[in-house]
Design a protein around this ligand. Sequence first.
Ligand SMILES: [Zn+2]
Length: 57
Amino acid sequence: MPLYVTCRGCGSEFVSGMQMGLETFKKPDTIIEDKSEDCPFCGKTNTYSKENYFIKE
Ligand SMILES: [Zn+2]
């Protein structure tokens, strides 16, 4: 499943380059840190951690 992220620059939600199953994503030992994502709305590149990601169920 694609992981979504909320842009730090403009607050838009967009699909990140990350794919992960819901079960895996919810596991506390699954760590996402300092992943670089390009926002398609404002064009800014920021780094994101797990708490910035979410899955649309
Ligand atoms: Zn943005």
